[in-house]
Design a protein. Sequence first.
Length: 387
Amino acid sequence: MDSTHPPSPRINWLNSSVLILTPIATAILVPLYWIETGFNWMDWTFFGIFMVFAGLGITGGYHRLWSHKAYDAHPLVKMFYAYWGACAGQNSILKWSADHRYHHKYVDDNEKDPYSAKRGFWYSHIGWIMVDNPKGENYFDNVKDLQKDKIVMLQDKYYLFMVLFTNFAVPFGLGFASYAITGTGGIWGTFILAGLLRFVLNHHFTFFINSACHFFGSQPYSNKDTSRDNFILALVTYGEGYHNFHHTFQADYRNGIRWYHFDPTKWVTKGLSYLGLTSNLKKVSDNMIQKQIMLHSVNKVKESFLKKNGDSSQLSQKVEALYSEFLDSLNAWMETSQNYFRSLKNKKLSDSEKEDYRSKIEDLKKAIEAKKSQLLDFFNNTNPALA
Ligand SMILES: [Zn+2]
Ligand SMILES: [Zn+2]
């Protein structure tokens, strides 16, 4: 045997069995039970509740609260998310967050990003969970802050028990009750819908964020990595489909930033803040976002221009000179806008001062547009041979 040949990845049989057998069992049991016995209205209600709560456990808890620290939460909220996150069956908070922080830090790096989209759709969707990825001794160094969180550590310790309890014991108990109360359906109904079917759907909805959200959609904020914004995917990922925004501004508690963006995780987090159950919701300023959008749109044209026209140093110098004028105008606008908002917060501005600020900001905005069109005109009209 050739000892220099790299070892093929070892299959993780426990994970693989769960990921293969649960969809098969669902595909057989749901239609069969529906025809033979039927589900009652309580089975469907529990299915809905489990879908939403386990989904939020991952998006609101595992992802935005623990992995990104995008807000603080009351211990009751933490306990709720730790319980329902375990029910989603995607590993403990600690392990999930460690993987996720590496995903952000080394996104698209096939060695260091645990679910790098560059390794293909299926690998990033499910393949990475089905193989054993050797974790170095220091793997959990990036979640030292979470190791101080008692709820996180307790959930990690009893994770397997919690998965079994939340996915078997609770749905079965509720199903027993729903059959006894309604007198319709059967004792297994809730388990099949809220336990099994929901488990499979929760899995793949989350997996879509690692796979589909790195393959399909637009990139309004950055093309530095493969992440994409996708409205359709936001519908099944509790708002996580705005993944290009998220990779660009990962500390923001929102993923969909407009009021009309479908981001239930954001609504719940904000809603809980009115009850005092969440606090310190982190938000990137609108100016910062607008700046990033403008910068990115110009960067894209600049990149393709330089690629198309080769590496003429004379040409690149001209591009860089115009580009830095554009950057200066962008920064001047940004700085003045920030000063204005800071002054509004800290002290009372007179009406005329406010008016001054506003017209200055308007002028600076016009200057950005002028510099931008100057740059774009240059890109459109330059013949590299004559430059
Ligand atoms: Zn993230
Ligand atoms: Zn991602």
